[in-house]
Ligand binder design. Structure first.
Ligand code: ZN
Length: 452
């Protein structure tokens, strides 16, 4: 079984239950088309191994579909660097045999190497020329190849998702429950459920049979004209990537349970209707977007503002809430940071964002006219004190987060992780960020008295 085993070893195969079953099927099929041969005396070849990348001379006595054998033992084809595998295989293969070309094509397709995907087709073509009866076997090989690709990507995604919650700052232990990591089949099922839930929610508000535009990360239910929706949808995944990049989440990893649903209404009235009917929520005036978290599920509801940039920043802001809900665990940051960070990201994730020019002057004004920053730090959703008069909490929360990240981005990230693991935010601020809440407040106040 070493053909596949060897080159997938770094991907923690054990994480995937179905892998063994797929390997078993794969093994049976390749066995049937296996080729082999022996040489006496052995043939000397130079090979390059994946492990150390060095070129080694070996004498090959025997080769088969598993790999090459000799005094050195066995090197599976997967243990050889791509080009070396191809050349060595071609040296030993029977070039007149369609089955040999088929096996080479499959070995090429199996590799996590862009050359393999392309060159396997050339090998399959050679196989077909020699033996047209191989057509269905070639199709089957293509199918197995794409399944191995999928498994490789699934394993990499699961590993990346699990790594997110590892590496807590020193001394921090889990008291919260991290989100479980879903495999591909569970994710696909979750997307189906998100579609059903979204449709049911919209029906409650009188929108029958709503159909989403589906992107890599989102289900977008839009009441806007098709052209406007299309241009918006094109930007959404890019925005997700930018947001996750700011959060230090690697390469496009989808944190959502399935996908996040986004409802885009035409008017404030539609938006409020959905809030009232679907989410049983009476919206306070001035609210232009909301993120609802139901267990692992994320629903964003918003309406199209006149101003493009304002609308974009609302969408980002609400989506950040959704991402933060799904980041490591559902534990929330204190309200000032939950909102301040969403504004921080909304201010930096696209060109021309109006967030800084909206929030900063209001925050500066509050501080310079003697406003009490610590009162904002004490505000919360729960007791109804957030966001204060003229929503000043957003402006001050924005300045607090912006300052924290500017002064010590690593400390900020550690603080977020510690809170997500369940640590009390004030102790985490002292231990992970290195200041008490009082000192943070007085620093932010002092700084903005004299700096814009
Ligand atoms: Zn918010």
């Amino acid at each position: 079984m070493s053909i596949i085993h060897t080159h997938l070893k770094p991907l923690l195969i054990a994480q995937i239950r179905t892998f063994a079953a797929v390997l078993a099927v794969f093994f049976l099929v390749t066995q049937a088309i296996g080729q082999e041969g022996s040489a006496s005396p052995g043939i000397r070849v130079a090979i390059r191994l994946m492990d150390d990348g060095r070129v080694t001379q070996v004498v090959v006595d025997k080769w088969d579909r598993v790999g090459i054998h000799g005094d050195f033992g066995t090197h599976s084809w997967g243990a050889l660097e791509y080009l070396s595998m191809k050349r060595t295989f071609q040296k030993f293969m029977d070039r007149s045999s369609g089955a040999s070309w088929l096996l080479l094509g499959e070995l090429q397709l199996e590799r996590d190497d862009p050359r393999g995907d392309k060159e396997s087709e050339a090998s399959f073509l050679q196989a077909l020329r020699r033996d047209p009866a191989l057509e269905s076997q070639i199709d089957a090989a293509r199918g197995r190849g794409s399944e191995v690709d999928r498994l490789r990507e699934e394993a990499a995604r699961i590993e990346a998702a699990e790594q997110l919650r590892e590496g807590l700052p020193a001394g921090v232990t889990w008291t919260a429950r991290p989100w479980p990591v879903l495999d591909d089949a569970q994710q696909a099922q979750a997307v189906i459920e998100m579609r059903e839930d979204s449709q049911a929610l919209l029906e409650e508000a009188g929108f029958e049979n709503a159909q989403p535009v589906e992107t890599r990360y989102f289900l977008v239910y839009s009441a806007l004209p098709a052209r406007e929706t299309a241009s918006l949808v094109r930007q959404l995944d890019g925005m997700y990537l930018k947001v996750t990049e700011l959060l230090g989440i690697p390469g496009g990893l989808n944190l959502f349970w399935g996908k996040a649903s986004i409802f885009i209404c035409r008017t404030s009235e539609e938006f409020r209707l959905i809030e009232a009917q679907a989410f049983k929520n009476m919206v306070t005036p001035g609210v232009i977007g909301l993120c609802h978290q139901r267990g692992p599920k994320v629903f964003v509801n918003t309406f199209r503002a006149q101003d493009d940039l304002q609308f974009a920043s609302t969408l980002v802001h609400e989506t950040v809430h959704g991402i933060m809900h799904r980041f490591i665990s559902p534990v929330r940051l204190p309200t000032w940071a939950d909102e301040g960070f969403a504004e921080y990201v909304a201010g930096r994730s696209f060109r021309g964002s109006p967030v800084d020019s909206n929030r900063r002057p209001q925050g500066l004004d509050f501080i310079r006219s003697g406003g009490d920053v610590s009162s904002v730090v004490d505000m919360s959703y729960q007791d109804g004190s957030w966001p204060g008069e003229q929503a000043v909490g957003y402006a001050v929360g924005y300045l607090l987060c912006t300052t924290m990240i500017r002064e010590n981005p690593g400390g900020f990230a550690d603080w977020v992780r510690a809170v997500k693991a369940g640590k009390d935010w004030k102790s985490a601020l002292e231990d992970e960020y290195g200041v008490s809440s009082d000192r943070l407040v007085s620093f932010v106040r002092q700084w903005h008295l004299t700096n814009d």
